[in-house]
Each structure stands twice: as structure tokens, then as C-alpha cells.
Ligand binder design. Structure first.
Ligand SMILES: C[S@@+](CC[C@H](N)C(=O)[O-])C[C@H]1O[C@@H](n2cnc3c(N)ncnc32)[C@H](O)[C@@H]1O
Length: 269
């Protein structure tokens, strides 16, 4: 197809289906250049949590491997951080099936997990099956406190200055990530509290620049040097104590390999 024909075909498709403009506006190259314009002096850094002694052997007990699920390495990251930093109070935005909550629960005193309520999800036009899948793995866990509401407005005052680790995994648009990041700062127990964002990468190597822009715009500039992308996972993390890190690089030669045993169990519904 010639360039001019492709251009005309594109215009005709945009006229017929205007929502396709979103695909253009969300093109990763465009998002990357917008991010670099916004933060010209910022160099993305990576941290290799899976090289830490605490990450030598990790057992994950609740994995659904269903659409949109986090990666095993994302849950493993949360467990390693909770163990290494003796996290007691954990707060997350985004419960969904309760998988992250269930994977963290054995490692902390209290999991607080916030999600839009079923009624709010219904009002947004979500399918019943999607709504019913919420909390599947977390609903019966003793130390999981389910909170319902929109992270944009939810009253955070009972949780202020109490949380050791905050996991932001709700709405992943730039504006929502910026807002959630800003709002979550007040929940930190102290300057050692940790923040983790999901989907800061589009796969385990490539950054997701709209989410990263939300993260860096949501944080005070003084916190920027301590934000790291996590090798082998989709997350970014804010770690207060400086850690050895490397400049983000793509297509590195592997320096470690993981082995996985899959064990299936029936989950009673
Ligand atoms: C990616 S899922 C969370 C996955 C979960 N953390 C895990 O790893 O198992 C995102 C969830 O955030 C919820 N969500 C989206 N926007 C939200 C908002 N503004 N406030 C609260 N929850 C929200 C959605 O209903 C969805 O269940």
C-alpha cells in the first residue's frame, strides 16, 4: 500500500470511527517524546530486586493467569519488599480479583484494598462477570480490609501517616496516576515508606511513558531520584534509601534465569 493511499485510508477510517484517534494519541513514541520534553534531565533507572538475597526463593500461592492479571514477578516484588522492610500496614488502589491482596496478606499485619464499588462499576457500564470477579481471592482473608469508593475522592483521613507500603494499581491514565500518587503521599507512615506503581512498563523491558509521566508529575521533585523501574516486572518503585541502580537499557543479555513449578488447585466459588 503506498504512503498516500495509507494516509487517505487512515483519514477515511478516522471520519467513520473518530474514537480511533485515541490509538494515535496513545502511540508509545508520541508518549515517549512528550515525557522527554516534560522531564528533559530525567534519566530512567532500573533496580534489580530479583538479585537481592531475599528474592532467592519465592513462593506465590494465588495466581489466576487470567486476562489483565499482574505478572508473577509483580506479586513476588510486593512480597520481597514486605519481607525485607517488615511492612505492617499495606494500602492498595485496585482490588479486582484480590490477587495482589491475597499474595501480600501473609507477609503483613493489615492489607487495605480500595476499589470502585460494584454499584459504581455497574454505573460505568462494566459487565456483570467482570464485577462479580472482584474480591474472589481476598474476600475471606482475615487481615484484608476491603474499602469501596473512587480513589479520586475516597476519604483517606483514617489511613493518614500509617502505611509502610502503598501499591497504586487502579486507573492507569496519566491524570489518574498523577492524582493517585499525590493523594497517596499523605498515607506514608514516615519517610521510609515505600510506593509501588503497577503498569509503569508495557512489558518487562519497555517503559510506559504515560504512567511514568503521571508518577513523576505526582511526586515532589526531591523524590524523583529514588524512583526505579523494576527489572523483570511491570512495576516502578519509590525506595527512600538509595539503592544501586543502572541506567535503563533494552535487550540486555540475561544474567539470571528463573524456574517455575505450576501447581493447580480447585478454587471453591
Ligand atoms: C488492574 S486492576 C487491579 C489488580 C490487582 N491490584 C491485582 O494485581 O490483582 C485495577 C482495578 O482498579 C479499579 N479501579 C479503577 N479506577 C479506580 C478508581 N478511580 N478508584 C478505585 N478503584 C479503581 C478497577 O475496578 C479494577 O478492579
Amino acid at each position: 500500500m503506498s504512503k498516500i493511499f495509507k494516509f487517505l485510508k487512515g483519514i477515511s477510517l478516522l471520519v467513520q470511527k473518530p474514537y480511533l484517534i485515541n490509538l494515535i494519541l496513545k502511540e508509545e513514541g508520541l508518549l515517549a517524546s512528550r515525557f522527554k520534553k516534560r522531564f528533559p534531565n530525567l534519566e530512567l533507572q532500573e533496580i534489580d530486586v530479583f538479585a537481592w538475597p531475599e528474592a532467592q526463593q519465592i513462593q506465590l500461592k494465588t495466581m489466576s493467569f487470567l486476562s489483565g492479571s499482574s505478572l508473577p514477578t509483580d506479586f513476588a516484588l510486593l512480597q520481597v519488599l514486605c519481607s525485607k522492610y517488615q511492612v505492617e500496614n499495606y494500602f492498595e488502589i485496585g482490588t479486582w480479583r484480590g490477587e495482589s491482596a491475597a499474595n501480600v496478606a501473609p507477609f503483613v499485619k493489615q492489607v487495605n484494598t480500595l476499589n470502585l464499588s460494584d454499584t459504581q462499576l455497574k454505573a460505568l457500564g462494566c459487565e456483570d462477570a467482570y464485577i462479580q470477579a472482584h474480591r474472589t481471592f481476598s474476600k475471606d482473608l482475615q487481615n484484608v480490609n476491603h474499602l469501596f469508593g473512587d480513589s479520586a475522592h475516597f476519604d483517606l483521613s483514617p489511613y493518614e501517616k500509617q502505611m509502610d507500603l502503598i501499591f497504586i494499581d487502579g486507573d492507569h491514565s496519566l491524570e489518574a496516576v498523577r492524582r493517585d500518587t499525590q493523594r497517596m503521599l499523605r498515607l506514608r507512615k514516615n519517610e521510609n515508606s515505600i510506593l509501588v506503581w503497577h503498569d509503569a512498563k508495557s512489558d518487562t523491558e519497555y517503559p510506559r511513558y504515560d504512567v511514568l509521566q503521571g508518577i513523576f508529575e505526582g511526586l515532589p521533585q526531591a523524590m524523583h531520584p529514588n524512583v526505579y523501574l523494576v527489572k523483570h516486572a511491570l512495576c516502578a518503585v519509590y525506595l527512600p534509601a538509595g539503592h544501586p541502580s543502572t541506567k535503563l537499557s533494552l535487550h540486555e543479555k540475561p544474567n539470571k534465569v528463573f524456574s517455575v513449578t505450576l501447581k493447580r488447585e480447585v478454587f471453591p466459588n
